[in-house]
Design a protein around this ligand. Structure first.
Ligand SMILES: Cc1cc2nc3c(=O)[nH]c(=O)nc-3n(C[C@H](O)[C@H](O)[C@H](O)COP(=O)(O)OP(=O)(O)OC[C@H]3O[C@@H](n4cnc5c(N)ncnc54)[C@H](O)[C@@H]3O)c2cc1C
Ligand code: SF4
Length: 357
């Protein structure tokens, strides 16, 4: 059975207009980015061309002795760049969206698939909000993690949160590195994988992610993610994949490519599907297995989609549900985090194998 399972590209990506592969043309924009900097490049273009007054963005900042998500309207290139990289934590966007009713002008919003679905619902309920929000930029999303995991990883690294001045989850090539700057000026960096390995075990995964079918931010105007394509692993510049869902956004991408603000090309939807194969299978197929097995773990995973759980969906679902269930116990997580990382790789590889087809 070939990947794709006879499903049209829209089954995996949602309705779309065009697909692209590339990166921000400006090296400064790429430097602090999670992927190829395409999100920030687009926000800067929207702002500088006068299409928007600002963009709702988020970053992690030290507050009251610990790192806290901060969401605000960035109104300059510098502010947009200060919000670069991904925040792999679960935090609410809705209160900030509701406050946008009070503003004048038009804005862009950056959010996860579930956040943008909430934005669309709010826009239907409050038409004045729909007038404020001109562009919804979606981030592809495997799953979000409760902040407890970040606390535990920093603790394991011996990094006191009350000494942190600046933090970036992930910058640089392929999976990248995590960056921490302390108040005394010291800089600490470590492979993102030191957080990512536990994230890949679904430890402290936000519960609603088990029931999520949307990987590509299907309610966005444009979606952005990592280009996990083996042929790009040795490329010196990290690429993004991105797609437009309206002709207007396709036109924007083409204008930016022509001006060199984005470097890259239009591509076919199956390149994007290939770049996100496992995450797509997790969201679109494995969910049928999670739906079937959730009750065994005292959970509920609603699903009324077309897919019937196969053996590998059930095996994979068992692992995902088990790990989420076990990470309710800090003692269990302690034990896992004490294990040498190489011991965890075979388990993760087995989990990934179940969502490989
Ligand atoms: C929880 C999470 C899970 C993800 N899972 C995947 C995945 O499975 N596969 C994949 O390909 N990509 C995933 N991504 C997206 C990927 O990490 C990059 O965010 C995306 O490719 C954009 O990179 P960029 O270099 O273009 O953006 P950048 O130039 O780095 O800009 C990122 C923008 O996103 C905003 N932002 C970051 N985190 C959040 C957040 N949590 N909520 C709202 N806004 C935010 C920032 O404010 C900034 O404006 C995930 C991101 C998050 C936050
Ligand atoms: S996996 Fe789905 S529910 Fe979870 S944070 Fe991502 S978009 Fe939201």
């Amino acid at each position: 059975m070939a990947f794709g399972m006879g499903q049209p590209a829209e089954f995996w990506l949602g309705q779309f207009d065009q697909c692209f592969l590339g990166y921000a043309g400006d090296e400064e924009v790429r430097r602090g980015a999670a992927s190829g900097g395409a999100v920030s490049a687009v926000l800067i273009e929207l702002l500088e061309s006068g299409r928007i007054e600002g963009a709702l963005v988020s970053r992690l900042r030290p507050k009251n002795g610990r790192l806290e998500p901060e969401t605000w309207i960035a109104r300059s290139r510098e502010e947009i760049l200060s919000a670069q990289t991904s925040i792999y934590l679960d935090f609410p966007l809705v209160p900030h969206i509701l406050r946008m009713k009070e503003l004048a002008g038009r804005y862009a919003v950056v959010g996860l698939p579930c956040q943008l679905a909430a934005v669309r619902r709010l826009e239907r309920k409050h038409p004045e909000l729909a007038e404020r929000i001109a562009y919804r930029l979606g981030l592809l999303c495997g799953h979000a993690t409760k902040r407890r995991l970040l606390d535990r990883v920093l603790q394991k690294k011996g990094i006191p949160q009350d000494q942190i001045e600046d933090f970036a989850f992930r910058r640089g090539h392929w999976r990248g590195r995590t960056y921490v700057r302390l108040k005394d000026g010291r800089e600490i960096t470590f492979p993102f994988l030191h957080f990512g390995i536990y994230q890949n075990l679904w430890l402290y995964c936000a519960r609603r992610c088990l029931a999520c079918e949307d990987h590509f931010a299907e309610q966005s105007d444009m979606s952005f993610g990592d280009a996990w394509l083996p042929e790009l692993k040795s490329h010196p510049i990290k690429h993004s994949i991105f797609l437009s869902r309206t002709p207007e956004c396709s036109e924007l991408f083409h204008q930016m490519l022509a001006k060199g603000m984005l470097v890259g090309e239009k591509t076919d939807p199956f390149t994007l599907i290939r770049a996100q194969k496992r995450s797509l299978i997790y969201h679109k197929l494995n969910i049928a297995g999670r739906h079937r097995l959730a009750r065994l773990f005292g959970m509920r995973v609603p699903y009324d989609g077309p897919h019937r759980a196969r053996w590998n969906d059930l095996v994979g679902a068992f692992f995902f549900l088990l790990n989420v269930r076990l990470s309710r116990s800090d003692l269990w997580v302690d034990l896992v985090m004490r294990l040498p990382r190489p011991l965890l790789y075979p388990y993760i590889a087995a989990m990934k194998l179940t969502i490989n087809f």
